[in-house]
Design a protein around this ligand. Structure first.
Ligand code: GTR
Length: 392
């Protein structure tokens, strides 16, 4: 019996199912599906054809094969201001705790939103919204944990509001419990092969926060940046792809099925992510385990869906699991769609050196020295891109 415990991981590794490649010379030759070629093989050369033909096709591909369909309808939504403190952060900010409750089919889901708005701003504030996939302490209203993951004081001092909700309100990040959130409202999603799961639910919740922002006069809903780290960064991309009301998107160290190209099979693979986290993506996505060649898409196409809005993509130097090179390549591929809008990317052909942020809209990128994480350094750069875009 004991021998079996040793043998099983060994067999899995040697079968290639879980073998992760970190060797650039072992990246297979691959052909990426073309962003600007429609399903009927029409070359897309105008914004009109992009928006009417190809963009909807790509969105449908991601719904069908990866993140699942995104339910748009619900019976009712309510916003309840549970707490407000006009002298938060030593008088520098107003904090608001808002309960966002969404009702559908006699079920409801409650999303707790926390928001700090700079007091010195005399107009509606642009805001960053973090999809928090880490400890709730990072985004606690009391600010008893001050972390780089959500450096609220720093962002407020830069003249932006900062908001967060925790993923567990929308879909607990757990194999079985993920159903206890948004999916209570849409049980049909659970049985459909293209139904959304946890990541779709997180993105859905981010859109409900946007519904709230549109009602809060202190917030400039036309200037909202959605931010996510790692699994949260996969969700921030899907949010901005789905919901054009978000003016900007930040995807931090999002890796596989985030901003990195799957066809490269470098670092985390589709088989690996679907095995560790079968409840993140739809059932159809499992068909691509060890079968990347069959994908009618790759993540460069997801990034392209953000165009013409600014997109900030990051990596960390020690985070090979998230394939920094494949991430940069994906962002470079997305340039073609920005070009249709006459927006020239300032990204060089090769990735910049470590700690050399490129913060010019529309496409921003940096690789930070260090580990897989979201830090104050990263946020400093996100604010620079927002400054360059909103305050130009
Ligand atoms: C890992 C997962 C990554 C990433 C990461 C995180 O275990 O393989 O895709 O999502 O977790 O969220 O930090």
């Amino acid at each position: 019996m004991k021998l079996l415990y040793f043998l099983i991981p060994f067999l899995l590794l040697s079968s290639g199912l879980f073998a992760q490649n970190y060797d650039e010379s072992k990246v297979p030759a691959y052909i990426l599906p073309e962003i600007l070629l429609s399903n009927s093989k029409k070359k897309i050369t105008s914004v009109k054809d992009w928006e009417n033909i190809r963009r909807p096709e790509i969105l449908a591909l991601f719904e069908e094969h990866v993140y699942g369909t995104m339910p748009k309808k619900f019976d009712r939504i309510t916003f309840h201001l549970k707490n407000e403190n006009k002298k938060a952060m030593a008088g520098k900010a107003t904090s608001k705790e808002v309960e966002i409750t969404v009702f559908n089919n006699d079920q409801s889901v409650l999303i707790n939103l926390l928001l700090f708005i700079p007091n010195e701003l005399k107009k509606a504030a642009p805001a960053f919204l973090l999809i928090n996939n880490r400890g709730k302490n990072n985004t606690s209203p009391a600010r008893d944990t001050i972390s780089g993951f959500w450096p609220a004081e720093q962002v407020v001092a830069s003249g932006y509001a900062i908001a967060a909700f925790h993923v567990s309100d929308a879909a607990p990040d757990n194999k079985t419990a993920f159903q206890n959130g948004v999916l209570k409202l849409y049980p049909e999603q659970l049985t459909a092969d293209n139904g959304m799961k946890a990541i779709g639910s997180w993105a859905w919740a981010a859109s409900r926060v946007m519904d709230y922002f549109e009602k809060d006069k202190q917030i400039d809903a036309a200037k909202i940046t959605v931010v996510g780290h790692s699994r949260g960064g996969k969700a921030s991309l899907w949010t901005a792809a789905q919901d054009k009301r978000f003016a900007m998107c930040v995807t931090n160290c999002s890796g596989n099925t985030g901003a990195a190209l799957s066809h490269r099979k470098f670092g985390e693979t589709i088989a690996r992510i679907n095995t560790s986290f079968p409840f993140w993506f739809n059932n159809n996505y499992k068909k691509f385990n060890n079968n990347e060649e069959a994908l009618p898409l790759d993540q460069h196409m997801l990034l392209a869906l953000i165009a013409p809005r600014p997109l900030y993509v990051t990596n960390a130097s020690e985070d090979l699991w998230a394939d920094p090179k494949g991430t940069y390549l994906a962002e470079k591929e997305a340039e073609s769609v920005y070009k249709l809008y006459n927006l020239n990317s300032a990204l060089p052909a090769n990735p910049p050196a470590i700690n050399t942020p490129l913060v010019k809209p529309p496409l921003a990128y940096h690789i930070r020295e260090g580990k897989h994480d979201l830090t104050a350094y990263d946020w400093t750069q996100f604010v620079k891109l927002a400054d360059n875009y909103f305050k130009k």
